[in-house]
Design a protein around this ligand. Structure first.
Ligand code: SAM
Length: 451
């Protein structure tokens, strides 16, 4: 017999398991009944979307994607928006769901009828939730300090280190337990919602887990880019106009940069600065640019390697700040280089401070009347709404800058058939992974600089 916490020879828990334990403690209380199905989705194969490249070769794209049954989900949202406007004009009530949906697919000439019945052959969500509950072998009670002591202490035998770990546990509790406070943040309603007509993104229908073929270049240019469909949403929320001056503050490896460049017109006055701290990731970004855009476009993108928390001048109309975060999907599936490794605890716990500084820097780089989108790929309430609240509180106390949060409900409503949004977020929108459409997680919040 041995006591777990002194058993030095016990096998160390894998980092992915440490991440899962942490999520069980901090996400379960927040996401409640949704958590089991989100948890099992995080552990399952993700789905991708193909964002079309307007600089790609049409015939090549058609030959690769033309025969697949795909939904152009951005076109689908634009279609609903038109319908909504029309219905509102007629004074009719709006019903977005479960209609016969005819939406354009890859070829501009070809129409494909999207069959909503298709999802019926797959288990419904109640069934999935039940399965997830059953798969949840160990039922962990949230906020139990014992759980943390065991996880962190199982291979740490001495009293001295033990108390150091206890400090970490306390810090973990105080940092991760985000409670929304009413600090008088101004939440404004958008006058209208615009979904850039230059962004066309395709997904396989709900419940279909087919994979896209890797894009093959024609004349050196790839016709589409494969990425998490939930990552398209922050860019759509940014609402890039062709002549905007755009800053992508944490840009590498470049999926969102690619999407921004679909709407931006660098040849008639638009501009884009892509910044990142990591040289290796910037190299990947350069590859994305050179393999998707002709040289006269890619060479106009300015690439900088700066610490994004350094002050910048307020010259940008649109600023995207896609911060480093827990990266939930990565940490529960990849043990190497995992942020939940015990030796990276301090780095992990300092994330929220860095995220807040990056957001403040993004706000300070934006012109009055301009837009800032803050985004993450984590479900952590502290790294999402928590950072928005902390940054705005600090601005309030230390500067004259005034910022309002734009309500994204109308935008999210147009995508409710594709994404599952969490109902309770306060400032931004959270896309929850779910097995029928395993995208996300993604959080995005939109701020308007007023003064
Ligand atoms: N926007 C990217 C995309 O769509 O492909 C993903 C960005 S990733 C979530 C976060 C990025 O922030 C990483 O590439 C990381 O190197 C960068 N980063 C981390 N700390 C930074 C800092 N202080 N300043 C600038 N970039 C930073």
């Amino acid at each position: 017999r041995y006591k777990n916490k002194w058993a030095v020879n016990l096998k160390k828990e894998p980092n992915c398991q440490l991440a899962l334990n942490n999520f069980d403690a901090f996400y379960r209380p927040y996401y409640g009944a949704e958590w089991p199905s989100v948890r099992i989705s995080l552990l399952s194969m993700p789905k991708y979307c193909a964002v079309l490249n307007k600089y790609g070769h049409e015939e090549k794209i058609e030959s690769q994607l033309g025969d697949l049954t795909l939904l152009n989900f951005t076109e689908y949202a634009r279609y609903f928006q038109q319908k909504k406007i029309k219905n509102n004009q007629n004074g009719a009530t709006l019903e977005l769901k479960s209609e016969s949906k005819e939406v354009p697919v890859v070829s501009k000439n070809k129409k494909l009828s999207f069959n909503p019945q298709m999802t019926k052959v797959y288990p419904d969500e109640t069934h999935l939730k039940e399965t997830a509950y059953k798969a949840d072998i160990e039922v962990l009670e949230p906020y139990k300090e014992e759980l943390y002591k065991d996880n962190l202490n199982v291979f740490v035998p001495t009293e001295q280190v033990y108390s150091e770990k206890e400090q970490i546990i306390k810090e973990e509790m105080s940092i991760n337990a985000f409670q929304p406070r009413d600090i008088g943040i101004n939440i404004i309603q958008p006058k209208s919602v615009n979904i850039s007509r230059f962004v066309d993104a395709f997904v396989f229908p709900k419940g279909d887990i087919s994979q896209f073929p890797q894009p093959r270049p024609r004349y050196g240019i790839h016709g589409y880019y494969l990425m998490d469909a939930a990552s398209v949403m922050p860019v759509l929320a940014l609402d890039v106009q062709p002549r905007d001056n755009v800053l992508d503050l944490c840009a590498a490896p470049g999926g969102k940069t690619f999407t921004i460049l679909q709407s931006l017109d660098l040849e008639s006055g638009g501009s884009l600065i892509c910044n990142d701290l990591s040289q290796s990731r910037l190299n990947r970004l350069k590859n994305v640019l050179s393999s998707h855009f002709p040289p006269d476009i890619s060479e106009q993108v300015v690439i900088t390697k700066k610490n994004g928390i350094e002050a910048l001048t307020p010259v940008f109309d649109k600023v995207l700040v896609d911060v480093p975060c827990n990266a939930d999907r990565h940490v529960v599936t990849e043990d190497d280089n995992n942020l939940f490794k015990i030796s990276r605890t301090h780095e992990r716990l300092s994330l929220m401070e860095i995220q807040k500084e990056l957001l403040l820097s993004a706000i300070k780089s934006c012109v009055r009347g301009g837009t800032i989108v803050y985004s993450t790929c984590t479900l952590s309430p502290a790294q999402n709404d928590g950072v928005i609240q902390a940054a705005l509180e600090e601005l309030w106390e230390t500067s004259e800058i005034e910022v309002a949060v734009e309500d994204l409900t109308s935008l999210a409503d147009l995508f409710q058939d594709v994404f599952k949004f969490h109902k309770q977020s306060k400032y931004g929108k959270v896309i929850l992974p779910n097995l029928l459409n395993n995208f996300g997680p993604s959080y995005f919040a939109k701020l308007k600089r007023i003064k």
